[in-house]
Design a protein around this ligand. Structure first.
Ligand SMILES: C=C(O[C@H]1C=CC=C(C(=O)O)[C@@H]1O)C(=O)O
Ligand SMILES: [Mg+2]
Length: 441
């Protein structure tokens, strides 16, 4: 019996694609066996390499490679969406993200906005996996498109075990320092400032240097196992840099016209035992400063959703327990008006006051003027967008990894009643998970 390798089956589908099938967006798929999706991704030499898993229980795992088409603006993404939707055929999944402040100077190799339609997608769900090849025929030469797709398939490598995470000794440098942080918190909480800007989320970059940084995919794979209720993402636009994270916060999820979003803000640590944990949670839910942080977020979301949707409903405040922290969360549901697009939502909703502040303009002005580190894609957006449904996370609890350093980012909502040392400790609890994985816990 002749054994056909799965990839050959995909090549065969490509080779036998009829002329009449060469239209619009084409998606060829085969069942595929994969042990570890990140192990597969890490073995590939095609870039960009991207990983995405939503936080919902049993969520699909996606690994994506290469580019059929990339978009550096929401308008360009919208135009592609509309072109494909009008053609009426199958609709693709787009993946990508945005910086916190796309108009401010960001990270060198990370554009302010970058979404892509990947060439290859490995999708695993409930034990079964499929490998897909994406093609576009509506705006390019069919022969060239097929040749590029073939080259990408030919470059695919077998899955490999992820490299072990070796212990390293890291040098740590915080920007701002505690002294600088204390001065900034004092500025934000000055009555004159609070009078016009009740909340600013200040952030910190923790730079860890070591002669050899670990594999981002090994790190993300370990991080993910302790962050079950979080989103999991990683992206490498080039081979020497990665941005990974396990954020607990959803920007929004859209299913058809149904929108789910949330106010996640207000933080305390986990207790040493169940009783202390509960006491901390009760205190958090009753705490004025933490409730103000959360209120700033939901009020802005409700105001922004008003003109875009109807039946806006908000649930009760409740506690979300993560490995090292607990947060206050309020879930929000709404029905979008007909014709409201993801691009409109992405133009309006981020940055939410969970990462920016209120009012948006003056809080962003404060951040631009006072923060010396570049947030880049920290506190931005990352996720999946498609015609039928979209799901996007706010990129907090994340790390930027380059050959020189690992940069960890954390922010804290500063409002009336914020104390600099307490907020500084909050930053440390927010990076505690990844710090312990790095042996710095
Ligand atoms: C900005 C971050 O967290 C936000 C989300 C949850 C709780 C927050 C807080 O309590 O300050 C922040 O608003 C971060 O982790 O970098
Ligand atoms: Mg806080």
């Amino acid at each position: 019996m002749l054994l056909i390798k799965p990839i050959d089956a995909l090549k065969h589908q490509l080779d036998t694609l009829s002329d009449s099938a060469r239209r619009g967006f084409v998606h060829l798929s085969i069942p595929y066996h994969v042990g570890n999706v990140m192990g597969w991704l890490n073995a590939q030499s095609v870039y960009p390499r991207l990983y995405w898993q939503s936080r919902d229980e049993g969520a699909v795992e996606y690994a994506a490679l290469g580019v059929v088409k990339a978009f550096d603006s929401l308008a360009a993404l919208q135009a592609d969406f509309t072109a494909l939707a009008d053609s009426g055929g199958e609709q693709p999944d787009y993946f990508g993200g945005m910086a916190f402040d796309p108009d401010a100077p960001g990270w060198q190799h990370f554009p302010g906005c970058y979404f892509l339609l990947p060439r290859i997608v490995l999708r695993r769900h409930q034990g079964g996996a499929t490998l897909s090849l994406n093609l576009r025929f509506d705006d390019r030469c069919p022969e060239a498109e097929i040749a590029q797709a073939r080259a990408c398939l030919a470059a695919l490598e077998e899955e490999q075990p992820l490299p072990c995470l070796l212990p390293h000794v890291y040098q740590r440098e915080d920007r701002p320092t505690l002294r600088e942080w204390t001065a900034s918190v004092a500025q934000v909480t000055h009555p004159d400032q609070l009078g016009h800007t009740p909340k600013v989320v200040l952030s910190r970059e923790t730079c860890l240097t070591t002669p050899e940084t670990p594999s981002p995919w090994s790190l993300l794979a370990r991080w993910q196992t302790g962050a079950a209720d979080c989103f999991h993402f990683g992206v490498q636009l080039t081979s020497h840099e990665a941005f990974i994270g396990c954020p607990p916060e959803r920007l929004y999820k859209r299913e058809g016209r149904h929108l789910m979003t949330e106010a996640l803000a207000g933080t305390t640590r986990r207790g040493q035992d169940a009783q202390q944990d509960q006491t901390l949670a009760d205190k958090l839910l009753a705490d004025k400063k933490n409730n103000l942080e959360n209120q700033c977020v939901y009020q802005q979301l409700l105001t922004q959703l008003e003109p875009l949707s109807s039946q806006v409903q908000m649930g009760e405040a409740h506690i979300v327990k993560l490995r090292s922290v607990q947060h206050i969360r309020r879930l929000i549901h709404a029905e979008l008006h007909i014709g409201i697009t993801d691009q409109q939502l992405l133009a309006v909703l981020p940055p939410t006051p969970a990462v920016g502040g209120v009012p948006r303009d003056s809080s962003l002005a404060f951040i631009r003027q006072h923060e010396r580190h570049r947030r880049g894609w920290y506190a931005g957006v990352f996720g999946r967008i498609s015609h039928a449904s979209s799901d996007l996370a706010v990129t907090i609890r994340c790390a930027h990894i380059s050959p020189e350093a690992i940069r960890l980012y954390a922010g804290a909502g500063i409002v009336a009643g914020s104390q600099p040392e307490e907020e500084w400790r909050e930053l440390d609890t927010k990076i505690a998970d990844i710090m312990s994985l790095l042996g710095m816990g």
